[in-house]
Ligand binder design. Structure first.
Ligand code: HPA
Length: 265
C-alpha cells in the first residue's frame, strides 16, 4: 500500500473521488492541519487544501510546516502537489500542465526549514534537484496516457506574493531560466525534502505572466482558467493514485537527512 498525499492548490478543493473521506484536524508543533483521509486504488490517500476551506489563506500565510509535518506524522511517503502558475515560456500556454524539475526561490518572508531551534539543531539538506525523480516519472507516465498538453521539464519561479509580479521581474526571471511563476511551491518542496518524503509538482498554466500577457493580471482570470483545467487535473490525480507500478528512476528522498541522523518528528 502506498501512502500518498495530494496538496491541492488554487481550484483543486474537493475532488469527487474524495467523497467518504474522513476529515481530521492534525495537531503539530506549528499549528493545526486539516487533512482528508481515505483510501483509493488500494492506497492510503490524504488530501490537503493548501489555501484552506473557501480559499481564505494567501500564499505567504499558508502554514507549510504544519501541513508537511502533519503528512509526515500520518505516514505519508509520496506528495503530489498542484499549483496554478503564470507562464514565462511561449511554449507553455494556458491549460498546459508542467511537471517542473527545478526551482528558483524568490520568496522572502516564509520560514523555510524545520531546523531553526537549538533543540532541532542545524541541517543543510541537498536541494540540487527539488522534485523527486521517481514521482516525476510516475506523473509523466500518467500524463502520457491522456490527451492533456504537458511539458516534462520546467523551472518553477517561486515568488512571495500576494501581488502578481512586475513586468521587469518577469523579464529577469526569464533571463535566469524560469519557465513558470507561482507563489506556493516554496517552502513546501524543501520542507518535504527535510521530512524525507518524495515530493513532486504538477503546475497548471492559467495565464501568461505579467508583461507577456496583453492584459493586466487578475485572480478571477486565474480561477476561471483553473476551472477549465479541473477535470484534467482530477483525471491526473486519480491516475496517479492508481499508478501502482514501481518507477524506473530511483531516489534518495527517504534518506535526505541521513548525514544528520534522519528526520525526527
Ligand atoms: N504569478 C504568480 N502566481 C500565479 C500566476 C502568476 O502569473 N498565475 C497563477 N499563479
Amino acid at each position: 500500500m502506498r501512502k500518498i498525499a495530494i496538496i491541492g492548490g488554487t481550484g483543486i478543493y474537493s475532488p469527487e473521488a474524495l467523497n467518504g473521506f474522513e476529515q481530521k484536524i492534525v495537531e503539530t508543533p506549528y499549528g493545526q492541519a486539516l487533512c482528508n483521509i481515505g483510501h483509493m486504488a488500494g492506497n492510503q490517500v490524504i488530501f490537503i487544501t493548501r489555501h484552506g476551506v473557501g480559499h481564505k489563506t494567501p500564499p505567504h500565510k499558508v502554514n507549510y510546516r504544519a501541513n508537511i509535518w502533519a503528512l509526515k506524522s500520518l505516514g505519508t511517503e509520496e506528495i503530489f502537489a498542484t499549483t496554478a502558475v503564470g507562464s514565462l515560456n511561449p511554449e507553455m500556454k494556458a491549460g498546459h500542465f508542467v511537471v517542473c524539475d527545478n526551482v528558483l526561490d524568490f520568496t522572502k518572508s516564509r520560514i523555510n526549514t524545520f531546523y531553526d531551534t537549538p533543540e532541532r539543531g542545524v541541517v543543510h539538506a541537498d536541494f540540487s534537484y527539488p522534485y523527486c525523480p521517481a514521482l516525476r516519472e510516475k506523473v509523466i507516465k500518467c500524463l502520457e496516457k491522456t490527451d492533456i498538453s504537458f511539458h516534462k521539464h520546467g523551472v518553477y519561479v517561486a515568488t512571495e506574493g500576494p501581488r502578481f509580479e512586475s513586468a521587469a521581474e518577469i523579464k529577469m526571471f526569464a533571463m535566469l531560466g524560469g519557465d513558470v511563476v507561482g507563489m506556493t511551491n516554496m517552502p513546501e518542496a524543501i520542507l518535504a525534502r527535510e521530512a524525507e518524503m518524495c515530493y513532486t509538482n504538477c503546475s497548471i498554466v492559467t495565464n501568461m505572466a505579467a508583461g507577456i500577457s496583453p492584459t493586466p493580471l487578475s485572480h478571477s482570470e486565474v480561477v476561471e482558467a483553473m476551472g477549465r483545467s479541473i477535470q484534467n487535473m482530477e483525471k491526473l490525480i486519480t491516475a496517479f493514485i492508481a499508478y501502482n507500478e514501481p518507477a524506473e528512476a530511483s531516489c534518495g528522498c527517504h534518506e535526505a537527512l541521513k548525514e544528520f541522523g534522519g528526520f525526527k518528528l
